[in-house]
Design a protein around this ligand. Structure first.
Ligand code: NAD
Length: 459
């Protein structure tokens, strides 16, 4: 006999796990939520999405103020108090995680602090205590990938360490030009580091639209960030004076740095819950196979979020969490979309969803492209915005939207209209005939549609 019993137990309290637990409680289930952290919210709230956005906001304010010079408004060089900035970030994280604790309590979700491992298909061990369960959800997320063969050195940071804001290194090398690498380049270059990004693939933000990425790359270079693409780090050496990165590829040579951020992707934490003891199928990368309703191969055991593979994004996990809660409560529910938006909160932001032009071409999908350059957007210019682009990939016959990419200020917010258009199979006519307020950046979406339809008067 187990010491405890949970009718519905969720392992991991990140955006997937807590959303699942709360939705299940709202549907009347008796819910237990397990996480080793003292606060709810997982990596996203505690050491990911939210702390990075607070630092990105601080960086944006610094950059905006500096840009006002040519508007006739001069500010003094900012005094940056790292301790105060760190405290502000921690305070914002605390407000959110504290709020989640309150929401769990009000829903009567039992929160257990501990690390869970399956012992069989109906039982778990949590910090030495045995638990039986009727239904379980694996939502234990992912951890940063660590490249092998690097020295142990506290000047080598993963994303968690980078967000701790330990110091502002004079020379910072960032290995990996994906979302984390680019967001951290934005933060640290603005705080004063001399930043070099080393990316293995032939463009930063691989997978995103090449034309939009060029605009982002030029902006980052304008902010003083050095970008080396198609370059790999062959070796890292540490001496007291500096870290040295030997690079091979388009850039050949040694980069000296006072700190390195390793941002080369994340790896599923699936193996940490010993799913094999329950008979759950997991591949060698720790990815757990699921169906459209997030069921694993074992009856009563579900998996959501980063443990189920790419894209490893909080909003995907949240939607999967809701689906699982509904299925567990006896409803028919499935995640019937592969439309998961991606946003890099850089300056400018880069946001995309659905098919890129290159993906449509490679897949042989009939498509056309409509775009609108932000140099022709009154609102963009009036807000001091730089180069930007709204680009829509659409089906030539039906004019339905197949994909969209935006680069520019608030691109992440603007993308939502196009994701909704894709969800609802809206056509370019639907978008063009929707009255967009003037002057807004959202007009660029309508203008791109009008341009494709030949009705644009603003270009
Ligand atoms: P990523 O997969 O986005 O980028 C990793 C980058 O590192 C890739 O461009 C890859 O080509 C490169 N790379 C891999 N090995 C390399 C090597 N040896 N040398 C040089 N470059 C190498 O991963 P990430 O940026 O670490 O982010 C991890 C996960 O977290 C991703 O799934 C990301 O989408 C997610 N995330 C999302 C957000 C957001 O939504 N704003 C923010 C942060 C992280």
């Amino acid at each position: 006999m187990a010491e405890n019993h949970a009718p519905f137990i969720v392992l991991g309290a990140g955006p997937g796990g807590y959303a699942c637990a709360f939705r299940a409680a709202d549907l009347g289930l008796d819910v237990t939520l397990v996480d080793p952290r003292a606060s709810l919210g997982g990596v996203c709230l505690n050491e990911g999405c939210i702390p990075s956005k607070t630092l990105l906001h601080a960086a944006e304010v610094i950059r905006e103020a500096a840009h006002m010079d040519d508007w006739g408004i001069g500010f003094a060089k900012p005094k940056i108090d790292l301790d105060a900035l760190r405290a502000k970030k921690d305070d914002i994280v605390g407000q959110l995680t504290g709020g989640l604790g309150g929401l769990a309590k009000r829903r009567k979700v039992t929160v257990v602090r501990g690390t869970a491992k399956f012992t069989d298909a109906n039982s778990l061990e949590i910090d030495g205590k045995s638990w039986s369960f009727d239904k379980a959800v694996i939502a234990v997320g992912s951890a940063p990938v660590q490249l092998p063969g690097w020295p142990e050195d506290d000047r080598i940071w993963n994303s968690t360490a980078a967000l701790e804001l330990r110091n502002v290194p004079k020379r910072l090398a960032i290995v990996g030009g994906g979302i984390i690498g680019l967001e951290m380049a934005t933060v640290y270059s603005t705080l004063g580091s001399d930043v070099t990004v080393i990316e293995f693939m032939d463009q930063i933000a691989p997978g995103a639209d090449a034309e939009a990425v060029k605009i982002l790359a030029a902006a980052l270079e304008g902010q003083g960030v050095t970008l080396h693409t198609a370059t790999k780090v062959a070796e890292v050496a540490a001496t007291k004076a500096a870290l040295s990165l030997s690079c091979e590829g388009i850039f050949e040579g040694t980069i000296k740095a006072d700190a390195i951020i390793q941002a080369v992707g994340r790896r599923s934490n699936g193996a940490k819950v010993s799913p094999e003891n329950a008979g759950v199928t997991m591949d060698e990368r720790g990815i757990i196979a699921i169906d459209d309703s997030c069921r694993t191969n074992v009856d009563g055991i579900f998996a959501i979020g980063d443990v189920t593979g790419n894209p490893m994004l909080a909003h995907r996990a949240t939607h999967q969490g809701h689906v699982v809660a509904e299925v567990a409560a006896g409803h028919a529910s499935a995640l019937d979309t592969d439309l998961i938006p991606s946003v890099a909160y850089t300056s400018p932001e880069l946001a995309w969803a659905g098919l890129t032009q290159a993906q449509a071409k490679d897949a042989g999908t009939p498509h056309k492209v409509a775009s609108f350059p932000w140099a022709a957007s009154g609102r963009n210019l009036a807000s001091g915005g730089g180069d930007g682009l709204t680009k829509i990939v659409y089906e030539p016959e039906s004019h339905r939207v197949l994909g969209a990419t935006l680069v520019g200020r608030n691109a992440g917010e603007l993308l939502a209209e196009l994701v909704l258009a894709m969800e609802m199979s809206a056509t370019l006519e639907d978008i063009a005939l929707t009255v967009h307020a003037h002057p807004t950046l959202s007009e660029t979406v309508a203008f791109a549609s009008e341009r494709a339809l030949g009705t644009l008067t603003d270009l």
